[in-house]
Design a protein around this ligand. Structure first.
Ligand SMILES: Nc1ncnc2c1ncn2[C@@H]1O[C@H](COP(=O)(O)OP(=O)(O)OP(=O)(O)O)[C@@H](O)[C@H]1O
Length: 466
């Protein structure tokens, strides 16, 4: 028994020793094989006409921004990812803000191990999403894996491989990668919720800008809309032009017209179109140049600075003794005639904005609104100050049809000819029309109510449409 057991033991040890020897031999063989395959890879890489750029998810401890940018880019329609990848991964974005254009949108991107192609500037690129185990991970111990241990430190790392012909290396690095970064910035700006910033205790305070107005819902002549959209689109693409001429990259808009004609709605439509935040600067609330400077410095890039009712600011000046003066040549640092040194002036503000923003090279839009353009100092109206003047007028038949579509999804109706005939002669603001259309549930009742409303205004008489 004992001899058989010692034999077994010897035999067992022999087996073990043989196994260990085999393992060592195998280990050495694997090592040799790895070395050989690395050498072969590097040899093949030298022979291959393809070049590979690896973009890891993290750069040590911090996230690699280029990886994030490339993933956003590959999820967007600007790349041809969805057309070429075999297997896609789809995610529905959280519907957290109604003002975020990407809110609730479905994002599609390539799945792990998949590859897709894209082309840019005549060059074809291949992308592959790979995952590799983290070197610090003990893959046998589930508690050290991300999601179990809670630290996530040993999660597998992802990387993107970008492959292209090596003759295009220069183009890939100096043109394609910057293109990806700027496309990703654009996607991020489209997906974020817009903000409205207002002055509170001498500092900007932000709330979500949830104004639903867009150029599609705006009641104004279609030709005017088209020219404003074209102007905005041209402006945001002209960085080089402004840089060359040494001018602040800003565009001034003056929106004028009676109350309720949609000036604020147009500002919201511009913000929604450009995905710019709005900074609502109430000039009378700003008491000194130092406050103004601080506020203007705090206006972010790619935003709209809104200064409303500037005629009211001017009339304070005309009557003397207000916080604002509207002198033609006044600078922001001028002394107030009433001895309230360092008070803000409107034209001073504009000089100030030009000087302050000419060095930043980022696009900003300044919008002034007024109900009385004729009351403004002509110095404020000259080009360069306010480049585009937009008149927001009373409701026209064309504007009425937009509102009828907005509120009742109706394109035509028996009562339209009568309503439109009346609108030609009676001054009714789009806000008044919108209010009547909104208070009625059914289209028939709404249009009847509107007819009565306009008739009533005509009977009252008052100002004519001219
Ligand atoms: N042109 C328009 N297109 C669509 N809706 C409009 C238009 N004008 C007015 N409205 C409706 O009337 C409401 C009030 O209009 P809005 O505040 O845009 O006018 P405003 O000209 O800025 O007035 P105010 O000079 O009094 O500030 C808007 O929220 C919108 O519902």
């Amino acid at each position: 028994m004992s001899s058989s057991s010692s034999y077994s033991c010897r035999e067992y040890l022999t087996v073990l020793a043989t196994a260990a020897g085999t393992a060592m031999a195998l280990g050495a063989a694997y090592e040799l094989r790895d070395m050989a395959s690395a050498a072969a890879r590097s040899f093949l890489a030298r022979l291959s006409p393809r070049r590979v750029v690896v973009i890891d998810e993290t750069d040590g401890l911090s996230p690699n921004r280029l990886f994030d940018a490339a993933r956003s880019y590959l999820s967007s329609s600007s790349s041809s990812v969805s057309a070429t990848a075999r297997r896609l991964r789809a995610t529905r974005l959280e519907d957290s803000s109604s003002s975020g254009a990407g809110a609730g949108a479905t994002v599609v991107t390539i799945d792990l191990g998949e590859q897709t192609t894209d082309s840019h500037d005549g060059v074809s690129y291949t992308w592959r999403l790979l995952v590799s185990p983290n070197p610090g991970a003990n893959t046998n111990n589930p508690h050290t894996k991300s999601g179990h241990g809670g630290h996530g430190g040993h999660a597998p790392t992802k990387s993107l491989e970008l492959t292209f012909h090596k003759k295009h290396t220069e183009k890939a690095l100096s043109s394609y990668i910057p293109h990806i970064i700027s496309a990703a910035d654009e996607i991020r700006s489209k997906n974020r919720a817009l903000k409205m910033h207002m002055v509170e205790y001498d500092a900007w305070a932000a709330v979500d800008l949830r104004h639903p107005s867009t150029f599609a819902t705006l009641a104004m002549p279609a030709a005017h809309k088209r020219s404003i959209i074209a102007d905005l689109d041209r402006f945001v693409t002209r960085r080089d032009h402004y840089a060359k001429t040494g001018r602040a990259w800003k565009r001034g808009y003056l929106l004028h017209g009676p109350p309720g004609t949609g000036k604020s709605s147009l500002v919201a439509a511009m913000a929604n179109h450009l995905r710019f935040d709005v900074y609502d600067l109430e000039l009378p609330a700003v008491s000194s140049n130092s406050d103004l400077r601080r506020l203007l410095v705090g206006v972010a890039n790619r935003s709209i600075l809104l200064i409303e009712d500037i005629d009211r600011s001017s009339s304070v000046v005309v009557n003397g003794g207000g916080a604002l003066r509207n002198h033609r040549d006044a600078g922001a640092g001028d002394e107030d005639e009433d001895g309230g040194g360092g008070k803000v002036t409107l034209s001073g503000l504009l000089n100030f904005v030009d000087g302050l923003w000419s060095t930043t090279g980022e696009e900003r839009i300044v919008v002034f609104t007024t109900n009385h353009k004729e009351r403004l100092d002509p110095a404020l109206l000259r080009p360069g100050r306010m480049d585009v003047h937009v008149h927001m007028g009373f409701c026209t038949p064309e504007s009425f049809r937009v509102l009828a579509g907005n509120y009742h999804s109706v394109e035509d109706h028996d009562m339209f000819p009568e309503i439109e005939r009346l609108l030609e002669e009676v001054p009714v603001t789009p806000a008044e029309v919108a209010e009547v259309l909104m208070r009625n549930d059914g289209a028939d009742a709404a249009f009847r109510d509107l007819l009565e409303f306009i008739e009533g205004k005509r009977m009252e008489g008052g100002e004519s449409k001219e």
